[in-house]
Ligand binder design. Structure first.
Ligand code: AMP
Length: 447
C-alpha cells in the first residue's frame, strides 16, 4: 500500500515523501480514505501509531482547491489535551501542508501570552490547534468564531476527559455547525469516551487498531527491583552512565520529585532538566527545544508534561516511579523508539510498588524482563506472590540463596563507564544554563 492509493492530493503526498515516509501505517491506511469520504470516525489508536498524520492529511486534503470565503473562520479545529501535543500537531500540519502556500495555522494553548494569540487570529486562519481551556477563553471573548469549522478532530479524547475537559469540549462543540465532520482519536473507545462519541458524532465508522499493532515493537522493556529510594538513585545514576544512552526521559510521580531529582542529577554532573505542569510555558518550550538540540541529556518529567514528546534521540525511558495509572505506562515508553529507532524502557520498582508492576504486565500482556546491575543487586527477599504468566520462583531465578529479587544479570552496565557519558554535559558537568533550568525551587537533592 502507498500513500497514492489512499486518494490524497499530490501536494500532500509530496510532503509525506519529503518526510521520508513511503508506506502508510495501519491507522493511516484505514482512517485516511474513510476521512476523505467525509463521514465521522471513531479511531482507537495509541501514540506512536502515526495517528497525527492519519487525521492531519485527510483534513488538509479536504481544504485543497477550496479557498475560504472572505472573513471566514478556521475550517479545521484540532483539540488536544496538552500544550506540547498541540504544538507538535501544529508542526505536523505545517510539515504535511508545506506545499499549500496559502495555509495559515494557529496554536492556542494555555500558558502562552493571550494577546499574541489574538493577534494571530486577526488574519485568516485555516487550521486551529488548541487545548480546550484556552480555546474557550478566546471563544467567550469573541476573539474567534467556529461557525466555519468543517472538520473537528479530538486527539487523545480519553486524556482530555481524564483531565476534566468534558464540559469545555461540549461548550466548544456547541459553537460548531452540526454539519461538521468529527474525527475522534483515543486510546480507548469504551466508557466515558464512548458516551462522548455518542453525543458528538453521527453514524461514525469505528476503526480499531489492535494495541499490539500500535505498540512499538522496537522498545525493549525491562524491570529492576530496588530496596529503597537511595538504591533507586544509585541504579538511575548507573543507568544514565550506560554506553549507548543518548538521551533519557526519567519519569517521577510528582512535580516536586521531578524538580528534586533533576537538581540532584545536575549536582552529580548530568545535563538534566525538569519538565512539569507548574513551569511557565516559555520555560517548557525552551526545555523541549534544548532537548531536541541534544543539549539536555536527561529530562525528568511528569506524565502530563511529557505526553506527545517526539525526539528521536531519546534512547531510554526510565520510570523512576512506576506509573500509578497503567495507561500512562504505554504513553511513557512511547517517548523512546521514535522515528523507527530502537528504545529501552526501564521501570524501577521499590518493594511497595510490585502491585503497580503486576498491573502494567496485565494491561500490556507482556512480562517485563528483570535485570540487575552487578554490584547494585537488590537485597535478598522472601519471594512474593507469583507474577502473572510466570513461575512462582521467578524472583529467585538469579540463583541467590533465599530467593532474592535479582533475575537476569545485566553484563553491559557497570556504573559510569568512561566512554559512556551520554547523559552528561560535554565536560561531564552541568553547565550554568542547565542548572538554571526547570524552574526549580530551592530544595535539597533527593536522598
Ligand atoms: P504519532 O502516532 O502521530 O505520534 O506518530 C509517531 C511517529 O511516527 C512520528 O515520529 C511520525 O513522524 C512517524 N510517522 C508517521 N507516519 C509514518 C509513516 N507512514 N511511516 C513511518 N513513520 C511515520
Amino acid at each position: 500500500m502507498t500513500f497514492h492509493a489512499l486518494g490524497l492530493a499530490e501536494e500532500l503526498i509530496a510532503a509525506v515523501e519529503q518526510s521520508g515516509y513511503t508506506t502508510p501505517t495501519p491507522v493511516q491506511e484505514q482512517a485516511i480514505p474513510a476521512a476523505i469520504a467525509g463521514g465521522d470516525l471513531l479511531v482507537s489508536s495509541h501514540t506512536g501509531s502515526g495517528k497525527t498524520a492519519a487525521f492531519t492529511l485527510p483534513s488538509l486534503h479536504r481544504l485543497v482547491g477550496r479557498r475560504p470565503a472572505p472573513n471566514s473562520g478556521p475550517r479545521v479545529l484540532v483539540l488536544t489535551p496538552t500544550r506540547e501535543l498541540a504544538q507538535q500537531v501544529e508542526e505536523a500540519v505545517k510539515t504535511y501542508g508545506r506545499a499549500l502556500r496559502w495555509l495559515n495555522t494557529a496554536c492556542l494553548v494555555g500558558g502562552a501570552p493571550f494577546f499574541a494569540q489574538v493577534k494571530q487570529l486577526s488574519r485568516p486562519v485555516d487550521v486551529v490547534v488548541a487545548t480546550p481551556g484556552r480555546l474557550l477563553d478566546h471563544l467567550n471573548r469573541r476573539k474567534l468564531k467556529l461557525s466555519d469549522v468543517e472538520t473537528l478532530v479530538l486527539d487523545e479524547a480519553d486524556r482530555m476527559l481524564d483531565m476534566g475537559f468534558a464540559e469545555d469540549i461540549e461548550a466548544i462543540v456547541g459553537a460548531i455547525p452540526a454539519s461538521r465532520q468529527t474525527l475522534l482519536f483515543s486510546a480507548t473507545l469504551d466508557g466515558v469516551v464512548g458516551a462522548l462519541a455518542n453525543k458528538l458524532t453521527r453514524n461514525p465508522q469505528r476503526i480499531e487498531i489492535a494495541s499490539t499493532e500500535a505498540k512499538r515493537g522496537n522498545i525493549e522493556q525491562r524491570l529492576m527491583f530496588a530496596d529503597d529510594m537511595g538504591h533507586k538513585s544509585r541504579l538511575l545514576e548507573a543507568l544514565l552512565g550506560t554506553d549507548g544512552l543518548q538521551q533519557a526521559v526519567v519519569f517521577t510521580a510528582t512535580k516536586k520529585s521531578a524538580d528534586e531529582l533533576s537538581l540532584s542529577l545536575q549536582e552529580k554532573g548530568f545535563s538534566a532538566a525538569a519538565l512539569h505542569g507548574d513551569m511557565h510555558q516559555t520555560v517548557r518550550n525552551r526545555t523541549l527545544q534544548r532537548l531536541r538540540q541534544g543539549r539536555i541529556g536527561v529530562l525528568v518529567a511528569t506524565d502530563v508534561a511529557a505526553r506527545g514528546i517526539d525526539v528521536a534521540g531519546i534512547s531510554h525511558v526510565i520510570n523512576f516511579d512506576p506509573p500509578r495509572q497503567v495507561e500512562d505506562y504505554v504513553h511513557r515508553i512511547g517517548r523512546t523508539g521514535r522515528a523507527g529507532r530502537d528504545g529501552i524502557a526501564i521501570t524501577l520498582s521499590g518493594p511497595r510498588e510490585t502491585g503497580l508492576i503486576r498491573a502494567i504486565e496485565r494491561f500490556t500482556g507482556d512480562r517485563l524482563a528483570v535485570h540487575t546491575i552487578p554490584g547494585l543487586e537488590p537485597a535478598p527477599r522472601r519471594p512474593s506472590a507469583p507474577r502473572p504468566g510466570g513461575p512462582g520462583r521467578r524472583f529467585g531465578s538469579g540463583g541467590k540463596p533465599g530467593g532474592g529479587f535479582g533475575g537476569r544479570s545485566e553484563g553491559g552496565y557497570g556504573g559510569r563507564g568512561e566512554g559512556g557519558r551520554g547523559a552528561y554535559g560535554r565536560d561531564g558537568h552541568a553547565t550554568r544554563n542547565e542548572r538554571s533550568h526547570g524552574d526549580r525551587r530551592d530544595r535539597g537533592p533527593r536522598g
